[in-house]
Design a protein around this ligand. Structure first.
Ligand SMILES: [Zn+2]
Ligand SMILES: [Zn+2]
Length: 246
């Protein structure tokens, strides 16, 4: 299947109810698999998606935005369906079962595409994928598969800069636990889970040591932005020792 890969994406609310965007870079290859070729501005066509053993009709739409007003904008392609359509129901059914990603492939038939849910990829795995310091080659392929390359590029810049700003120290305990060994072990944590928010801004990142990172994901404390503290379910409170950016 991987040879026909078109796109991959994390599931968001829009996907569960009305559709999803096709990345600009995938429009060209998408066109190749359409009987009518590339969509013109404002055009809508019906295509089929094979998903979980069934065919579903959806609209492939090229947004009709005002080209004079937004002359520099790329064409915006979307797959659209209504909230009560069979495919929307199927998507909600499948993706409530812990699957958080899907991938879309072309098939041998024009106008027919194949959608596959991906096993749930937990937040820690995702963050590792986005984190430059922990990225190895096999993971890069995984990243590509999930369509997360652009986020990683962003994370590389933002995350690495933040780590440097904190001199690779943990914002919670203030320590650089790798220092004694001559290595940098700081990691980026997403305050709002990345899988849900896709928010990779500095305002959503916290620089933490591997121990605190583990603890946060297992204990699941709440972050109080006003007071800059973590509130743990057992009543423990931890304030940030270092903070220049939140
Ligand atoms: Zn720490
Ligand atoms: Zn994290």
């Amino acid at each position: 299947m991987s040879g026909n890969f078109l796109m991959g994406k994390a599931i968001d609310k829009s996907m569960l109810e009305r559709g999803f965007a096709i990345p600009v870079h995938a429009q060209e290859i998408f066109s190749f698999h359409l009987s009518g070729g590339k969509l013109s501005h404002g055009e809508k066509r019906t295509i089929k998606i094979f998903f979980d053993g069934e065919f579903f009709e959806v609209k492939l739409s090229c947004s009709n935005f005002n080209r004079e007003k937004y002359s520099t904008h790329s064409e915006q392609w979307q797959i659209l369906y209504s909230k009560n359509s069979p495919i929307a129901k199927k998507i909600r059914e499948i993706f409530s079962a812990g699957k958080k990603f899907f991938t879309l492939y072309a098939t041998d038939l024009k106008d027919v595409f194949f959608m596959e849910p991906k096993i749930s990829c937990d937040e820690t795995t995702l963050e590792n994928l986005l984190d430059l310091s922990t990225l190895t080659d096999p993971q890069a392929a995984l990243l590509e598969k999930f369509g997360l390359t652009k986020y990683r590029k962003l994370n590389r810049k933002i995350g690495e800069q933040l780590k440097k700003n904190y001199n690779f120290r943990c914002q919670i305990c203030g320590r650089s636990i790798g220092e004694f060994y001559g290595v940098n072990l700081a990691e980026c944590h997403h305050i709002e889970p990345f899988a849900e928010s896709l928010n990779n801004d500095a305002a959503n990142l916290l620089i933490v040591c591997p121990n605190h990172h583990r603890i946060i994901h297992i204990a699941e404390p709440t972050f109080d932005r006003e007071r800059k503290i973590y509130l743990y379910p057992n009543g423990s409170i931890e304030s940030l020792k270092l903070n220049d950016h939140l």
